[in-house]
Ligand binder design. Structure first.
Ligand code: FAD
Length: 381
């Protein structure tokens, strides 16, 4: 494993972090308070290549390797967790699904628009009655001549109300279990696609999350991605990659919490000296720095395996599990270091503490990661 980043990778991190410092951080508290998606950010994110991170240049993307893409997700999440989730999910879920599994026609039709930010991508697997147990989804897609007709409800769809295109997992053969699930590309304008309740969340509040329902929603047969029955396996492969992105997001939020804590510990006085000179505070900072570095190394390992074309399922789950929990511990310590001010919205650590919770839940909870890792270690995967 190579620990040292290339000059190009360092440049990606630095340029996204500079952008996040100038264009994202100053507005994050207001976006959080309003709980609305800042649509004006979309062209700016696209200009920097953040909406087509690993999409090849021939399809209008930035054509980055996975390590660079994860550095970009970390840096933008350092600026704001909600924008970090927007970038991570747009790239790894909807866009990633089309990039990895769609045919050339579908790629030509959608990837340039997604990479340019003309449209945002949403990805619909979870349902009100099926989250971790994704094989039990109930949304149906019935073949009807040269089209499919979709019926069902999807929950917690990121970009659900602002998406321009949706990748939707639906059952085409109920008797075949998870091998009866297929994936479809559905345009926002498709008749019968309705955006339902927009969720009012604890954290990542400016990331758009909504219910999406399909009522006799007719799509052409050419909307099918791959072949019938491949949707579940495709979705699991997409989540494997996506988890590395959620881990990178957790590292970005954790690093923001550490930096704010270092600055606060240097200026806040207690018992005649800066609190950073009390060993209890120093030890919290030491734990935060150590765990966040360890988390980043797990992200780097998983991303390098992707770039090498090697299997990475266990490593992606390890990165997600450790980074999300280390990030949660770091943001918790950051609030502690800020004392009472840590609970006040004038200080960003209060927001990081709420935002990071998503990382322990989205794209597979910590419990699901432990199941994947233990099965792999025991040899039953
Ligand atoms: C902000 C946000 C954005 C999201 N974006 C998307 C999106 O864009 N697209 C999408 O499809 N989904 C999305 N999700 C859904 C997310 O992936 C699910 O919430 C997550 O997978 C958990 O599913 P659930 O909420 O149904 O919880 P459940 O599956 O009901 O789990 C409840 C609890 O039971 C535990 N549990 C479940 N099964 C087991 C088991 N076998 N062993 C031990 N413990 C178990 C879980 O770990 C959890 O603690 C998003 C969620 C959030 C909060």
């Amino acid at each position: 494993m190579r620990i040292e980043l290339t000059e190009e990778q360092k440049l990606v991190y630095r340029s996204v972090r500079d952008f996040a410092a100038a264009e994202v951080r100053p507005h994050a508290a207001k976006w959080d308070r309003d709980g609305t998606f800042p649509a004006a950010m979309v062209p700016k994110l696209a200009d920097l290549g953040l909406l087509g991170l690993t999409v090849p240049a021939e399809h209008g993307g930035a054509g980055l390797d996975m390590v660079s893409a994860m550095l970009a997700v970390e840096a933008i999440s350092w600026g704001d967790g909600a924008i970090g989730l927007t970038v991570a999910s747009h790239n790894s879920l909807c866009t990633g699904h089309i990039l990895l599994f769609a045919n050339e026609d579908q790629k030509r039709r959608y990837l340039p628009k997604l990479a340019r930010g003309d449209i945002l991508g949403a990805w619909c697997l979870t349902e009100p009655g099926a989250g971790s147990d994704a094989a039990s989804i109930q949304t149906r897609a019935r073949r009807n001549g040269s089209s499919y007709v979709l019926n069902g409800s999807k929950a917690f769809v990121t970009q659900g109300s602002v998406g321009g295109v949706y990748v939707v997992m639906a059952v085409t053969d109920a008797a075949a279990g998870k091998d009866g699930i297929s994936a479809f590309i559905v345009d926002r304008g498709a008749g019968g696609l309705r955006v339902g309740k927009k969720e009012d969340k604890l954290g990542v509040r400016a990331s758009d999350t909504a219910e999406v329902t399909f009522e006799d929603c007719e799509v052409p047969a050419t909307a099918l991605i791959g072949r019938e029955g491949e949707g579940y396996q495709q979705a699991m492969a997409i989540l494997e990659r996506g988890r590395i992105g959620i881990a990178a997001m957790a590292v970005g939020l954790g690093r923001a919490a550490l930096e704010d804590s270092l600055a606060y510990a240097a200026q806040r006085q207690a018992f005649g000296k800066p609190i950073g000179q009390h060993q209890a505070i120093q030890f919290m900072l030491a734990d935060m720095g150590t765990e966040l570095d360890a988390a980043w190394l797990l992200v780097l390992r998983a991303a390098q395996l992707v770039d090498l074309g090697r299997p990475f399922r266990r490593e992606a789950s390890m990165a997600k599990l450790f980074a999300s929990e280390a990030g949660a511990r770091a943001t918790n310590k950051a609030v502690q270091i800020h004392g009472g001010y840590g609970l006040i919205k004038d200080y960003a650590v209060e927001r990081y503490y709420r935002d990071i919770k998503l990382c322990e839940i989205g794209e597979g909870t910590s419990e699901i990661q432990r199941i994947i890792i233990s099965k792999s270690l025991i040899g039953t995967r």
